[in-house]
Design a protein around this ligand. Structure first.
Ligand code: SDX
Length: 428
């Protein structure tokens, strides 16, 4: 394969370098295109545009492959812990047992949030969506740690902010839920691991002992790993572009949380359950809803289906679907929504409309059924996605800053009015 691409414009031929990655992906480097030709490229939604060279996550949409730093997602989901995978994504290698113990101990030191932040929660209405609370709370952390605003902070200070974020996000997420229930806030306990602590802060009450279910803890660990990173998706691209202005990491991650909230992105897991509940209430007539999803005049889409990159099964959806069966069986939960989801998947995947567009279940299609079975309320589903995606956002931000990438500033083609004179309307 030649490492040169030729482009002819107005009869002149330009040669552009072709960059080939470690998995033989190819990109035409257009960084000098405008200087050379006076032209820019146009690519709405960046469907064909690479924003960076990254060593963090590799995914192959055609083959349904997903690797974190070269490790298969199937292996990590089965054998690793979420903090082990977080370390891998952020620092590039799986930790030794000592590195992992240090990382876990460091995080345990920072799980509490400043007592003044409790007053913030009291100002929110009970029905406040937890994603709105979380994005504000995470950005507000920067006001309690002003040293995080220094773009030239030392490695040690950068790592302290990383640990504070990983440690405090579960506390703030659980408190957003407790506050919405007007229940007493539960403080983190250091005898618990990361997933146990989150479940404790979510569901324990001061009046009784809380019994952790290992099936639930394991399911949460797996779900968080499966959501940990996904290369240059919408929210990660948001983190990279906000971080490229040298904004502090707290507000950079807060921007990522806001982008993730959208129903076309991380908000889809909440939409999937609401869709399945609507189908269930409508008598479970799956064919009717598949027809609606295909109707161009109907805004309804099959939530949890389709993906910008996967044109085959999302490998995460395969693992989550299997985990669904395991967890519900172990918990003795019979959820009619799971049967509806499986029927919906079967009908859709036999339908020409979905097959011709390569629309398969994505990570959000089955995840909500597990969250529901382990007691997570629907409005908290996208918060769970954010909890999982945090190490990926941090890793991508860290890579962008270490590569000293320039501030993100795309160009445009102007299609508005040509220059015209101002006419006074006789105001004076
Ligand atoms: C995530 O990027 C990532 O990696 C994201 C993510 C991550 O880990 O970060 O994987 C997480 O965001 C998963 C996606 C969750 N979103 C949903 O489940 C919402 C439903 N899905 C769609 O809205 C859609 O599939 C997207 C947004 C996911 C992808 O949209 P694209 O790539 O812009 O594709 P498109 O909208 O151009 O669709 C192509 C065609 C269109 O039909 P035609 O114009 O060709 O006739 O497929 C149709 C669309 O109408 N289509 C759907 C559909 N998804 C696409 N039709 C019905 N139901 C759907 N779900």
């Amino acid at each position: 394969m030649s490492d040169i691409a030729k482009l002819e414009i107005d009869g002149k031929v330009y040669e552009l370098p072709v960059f080939i990655g470690s998995e033989n992906e190819k990109a035409i480097d257009i960084s000098k295109l405008r200087d050379l030709t006076g032209c820019i490229t146009l690519d709405s939604g960046y469907k064909n545009t690479g924003a960076t060279k990254s060593s963090i996550t590799f995914l192959d949409g055609e083959e349904g492959i997903l690797h974190y730093r070269g490790y298969k997602i199937e292996e990590l989901a089965e054998k690793a812990t979420f903090l082990e995978v977080s370390y891998l994504l952020i620092y590039g290698e799986l930790p030794t047992i000592h590195e992992l113990k240090d990382f876990e101990a460091n995080i345990k030191k920072h799980t509490l949030v400043h007592e003044d932040m409790k007053r913030f929660f009291e100002a929110y209405p009970a029905q406040a969506h937890p994603m709105g609370v979380l994005s504000s709370m995470i950005s507000s952390l920067s006001t309690f740690y002003p040293e995080s605003l220094d773009p030239n902070r030392s490695e040690a200070k950068k790592n302290l902010t990383v640990c504070r974020l990983i440690a405090k996000l579960p506390t703030l997420a659980a408190w957003a839920y407790k506050n919405s229930m007007r229940h007493p806030l539960m403080y983190p306990r250091n005898e618990y691991n990361y997933c146990q602590n989150f479940l404790y802060m979510m569901f324990a009450m001061p009046t009784e002992d809380y019994k952790l279910d290992p099936v639930v803890v394991d399911a949460l660990n797996k779900l968080l790993i499966l959501h940990a990173d996904h290369e240059q998706n919408c929210s990660t691209s948001t983190v990279r572009i906000v971080g490229s202005s040298q904004a502090n990491l707290y507000s950079t991650v807060s921007a990522g949380i806001s982008a993730l909230w959208g129903p076309l992105h991380g908000g889809a897991n909440q939409e999937v359950i609401e869709m399945l509940e609507a189908i269930h209430e409508d008598g479970g007539n799956v064919d009717k809803w598949v027809t609606k999803a295909k109707d161009k005049n109907d805004p309804f889409r099959l939530m949890g289906f389709g993906h910008r990159v996967y044109k085959n099964f999302d490998p995460r959806a395969k693992i989550i679907k299997k985990t669904c069966d395991d967890v519900l069986e172990k918990l003795g939960v019979q959820d009619p929504l799971l049967e509806i989801a499986k029927k919906l998947e079967k009908v859709a995947l036999e339908d020409e409309y979905f097959r011709s567009r390569n629309l398969y279940p994505n990570v959000d299609f089955y995840s909500g059924i597990i969250y529901k079975a382990i007691g997570i309320p629907t409005e908290m589903f996208t918060v769970m996605f954010a909890l999982g995606r945090l190490p990926g956002w941090i890793a991508q931000w860290k890579e962008m800053t270490e590569h000293k990438e320039p501030i993100g500033r795309p160009r445009q083609i102007y299609v508005g009015k040509r220059v015209r004179e101002y006419v006074d309307i006789g105001k004076r």
